[in-house]
Design a protein. Structure first.
Length: 367
């Protein structure tokens, strides 16, 4: 098996698939990438048994078709450090592959391609096409609310839902909830809900660019697959039931205030500097024309900020984890944000004042 290609032609697909390579695995082969040469085409595959990434490139094949697995991290480091546009020559023999480029020569040990695990073939029962920019917006608007290593394993991921002409993403860690929906009149989808694990979601964010090119999405009973011209991404799904978030959406909010998002974000960021490092609590005092924000910590340090607002209701004091509110303000694209409140013990609903595409619920804190 002997082939050669330009460094740039290999580096891009190598970077694409490397996200699925297992770093700390008991199975050594999961640290390798499968190279499959057929004719003048090279397919690269990496997996950690939960995710699978496939990418393609063209090669100059000077030998027979075949498959080998090469250590991912070492190969990537070698490719990155070689000069631009250098020619890479691969020659596989027995249990090693010889890589040469100009005066540089490397010998890497390989493992049998027969031992490389393949995610089983499956058919998606829900299929749709979506712009990369839309899919990215759907995920970026909610991903920060996913739990991380929660014992309720179904929270360590994101619920992706289809229904009619709508696709929704929902994430919650039990203290906050984020929902984003995208409507597309060309879609007619069955009602379906799947939970994509946290690692899969972060990998999708890494792969997608905010461009107006379509990708094909397949939802199966155990997998989600995204196919683009450059790559194919597959992730196993979390086996579990996502909580019925509609039941926890606050419906009794009767106090609404709208303010400039950037101004509020700056004020909260400053106040958070002196909040308790562990709990990140800040107190919001809503007065008729003033929002007073205070934070303090165990060292008896205190921050106080004021913001002019229009709040024609009874005075209200409520505490929040400031990190949760700042995450929401970073995700909202509108210039103004709308808060809907009820009382000191009820969750607040935060959304962009104009778009209404995403909605966020943050539980209060007792301070």
């Amino acid at each position: 098996m002997k082939f050669s290609l330009n460094r740039e032609l290999l580096l891009k697909p190598l970077l694409l698939v490397s996200g699925a390579v297992e770093r700390k695995s008991t199975l050594p082969i999961l640290g390798n990438i499968l190279f499959d040469v057929k004719g003048q085409s090279l397919t690269l595959t990496a997996t950690d048994l939960e995710l699978e990434m496939v990418a393609h490139t063209e090669v100059d094949n000077q030998g027979e078709d075949g498959k080998i697995t090469i250590p991912a991290r070492k190969l990537l480091d070698i490719c990155k450090s070689l000069p631009e546009n250098s020619m890479l020559n691969f020659n596989a023999e027995d249990d090693s592959v010889k890589l040469s480029s100009g005066r540089s020569k490397y010998s890497l040990s390989t493992l049998s391609a027969d031992d490389f695990p393949n995610i089983e073939e499956w058919k998606g029962d829900v299929e749709f096409r979506l712009l990369k920019s839309e899919l990215l917006r759907l995920i970026e608007s909610t991903h920060f609310s996913m739990a991380n290593q929660d014992v309720r394993y179904y929270l360590n991921g994101m619920s992706i839902e289809s229904e009619g002409n709508e696709i929704r993403s929902v994430a919650t860690d039990g203290h906050r909830l984020a929902i984003c929906k995208i409507s597309n009149n060309s879609l007619t989808l069955p009602a379906r809900q799947v939970i994509v694990p946290r690692k899969g979601i972060l990998e999708i964010i890494r792969l997608l660019a905010p461009v107006d090119e379509e990708v094909q999405v397949y939802l199966g009973s155990n997998h989600i697959r995204i196919i683009d011209t450059e790559f194919s991404f597959t992730s196993k799904l979390v086996d579990g039931r996502f909580p019925d978030y509609r039941r926890v959406l606050p419906r009794n909010g009767d106090k609404v205030f709208v303010t400039d998002k950037e101004h509020l974000r700056q004020v909260l960021s400053r106040a958070s500097i002196l909040s308790n490092e562990k709990f990140k609590g800040v107190r919001l005092n809503f007065l008729n024309s003033l929002l007073k924000i205070t934070a303090n910590n165990p060292e008896q340090e205190q921050a106080e900020e004021e913001l002019e607002i229009d709040f024609p209701y009874e005075e209200l004091e409520i505490g929040f984890n400031v990190s949760y509110v700042l995450d929401v303000l970073s995700a909202i694209k509108d210039e103004k944000v709308k808060f809907t409140l009820a009382d000191a013990n009820s969750s607040v609903v935060i959304e962009g004042a104009d778009s209404g595409e995403a909605l966020y619920v943050v539980m209060p804190m007792r301070l």
